[in-house]
Design a protein around this ligand. Structure first.
Ligand code: PBG
Length: 330
């Protein structure tokens, strides 16, 4: 016997891998610029962009450079931009009031980007208090220092309204409070913003990979978010979060982080009939950049492989700090 193909002598999967053209033809997953969403940080009171050391290549934008980044993303064919505001340190307080100030940095940034790109690029905003609170939590605290779910919901309702007033197309509640999608949907509907969509951070794990983001937004957090973000050990719980968010009116759902949770992403994508997003977060970005900077991996191939894997697992949209760069290559 010269081969071990005894049963199926003609079956040789390698035939379909012989040339680049052949591989291209049979590829099951293709990335497209419109799959990509660029998360971007804008910081109040700076006159030049501030590099984020743990995210080489990513900056905290000035209002001006944010506008330019939005135009570049649009020109590259990126689908949307997700905005995060970084207020002046002195403006942080226990209730995160800068997050609901119509002239707060995030609202100002939404108006700036809207004025620049209009409806050409989908404009999204992080709807969460952690960037604006002096304790760094995603909500307001009760007397014992615990994040108060229902008091936080009232703050989120206000945030939804000011972000929508500023012209955002989609709000992205990321705080993992129970009931947040329903409260935000009601607040939007009651203030004449029926057309503003909710991209729910439905499945959001308490992850070590958010580390670099804390630097990116100048977070004041001491401790962790384990009482409101999900435990990495759990999968079934994600289905419960998903059912609740859909019942509360989520237009789109997100799984976050991406790479360590592709199993959950695949399950969500198989379950729902709404668009599914995945967020390739700061630590996922930093990991690849750091290894590449050391010459340990091929940066460009690694980036494409991670994004292809996320799409293959079922994501319709991917939030990635490489969005503009990758869109240009596609
Ligand atoms: C909360 C929020 C976080 C991220 C997006 N929205 C931080 C957190 O939950 O601790 C993380 C994004 C990233 O790490 O790239 N406002």
């Amino acid at each position: 016997m010269s081969t071990t193909y005894g049963t199926f002598p003609g079956s040789r999967p390698r035939r379909l891998r012989t040339t680049p053209a052949m591989r291209r033809m049979v590829a099951e997953t293709r990335l497209h610029p419109a799959d990509l969403i660029l998360p971007a940080f804008v910081r109040e009171g700076i006159s030049t962009p501030a590099p984020i050391s743990a995210m080489p290549g990513v900056v905290q934008h000035t209002r001006d450079t944010l506008r330019k980044a939005a135009v570049e993303a649009l020109e590259a064919g990126v689908a949307g931009i997700m905005l995060f505001g970084v207020p002046e340190e002195a403006k942080k307080d226990a209730a995160g009031t800068a997050g609901t100030d119509p002239d707060g940095i995030l609202q100002v940034a939404i108006r700036d980007v809207k004025a620049e790109v209009g409806d050409e690029l989908v404009i999204m905003s992080d709807l969460c208090l952690d960037e604006f609170t002096d304790h760094g939590h995603c909500g307001v605290l009760d007397a014992s220092g615990r994040v108060d779910n229902d008091a936080t919901l009232e703050r989120y309702a206000e945030m939804a309204q000011v972000q929508a007033d500023a012209g955002v197309h989609i709000v992205g509640p990321s705080g993992m409070m129970d009931g947040q999608v329903g409260v935000i949907r009601d607040a939007l509907d009651q203030t004449g913003h029926e057309d503003v969509s909710v991209l729910a951070y439905t499945v959001k794990y308490s992850s070590a990979f958010y580390g670099p983001f804390r630097e990116a937004v100048g977070s004041s957090l001491q401790g962790d978010r384990k009482t409101y973000q999900q435990d990495p050990a759990n999968s079934r719980e994600s289905m419960r979060e998903l059912a609740l968010d859909l019942a509360e009116g989520a237009d789109m759902v997100m799984v976050k982080p991406a790479l360590p949770y592709l199993d959950v992403l695949a399950k969500v994508a198989d379950t729902v009939d709404v668009p599914v997003a995945a967020y390739q977060i700061s630590g996922e970005y930093a990991m690849v950049e750091a290894a590449a900077a050391n010459g340990w991996i091929d940066r460009d191939r690694a980036i494409m492989e991670t994004l292809t894997g996320i799409k293959r697992a079922g994501a319709d949209m991917i939030l990635t700090y490489w969005a503009t760069e990758v869109a240009r290559q596609l």
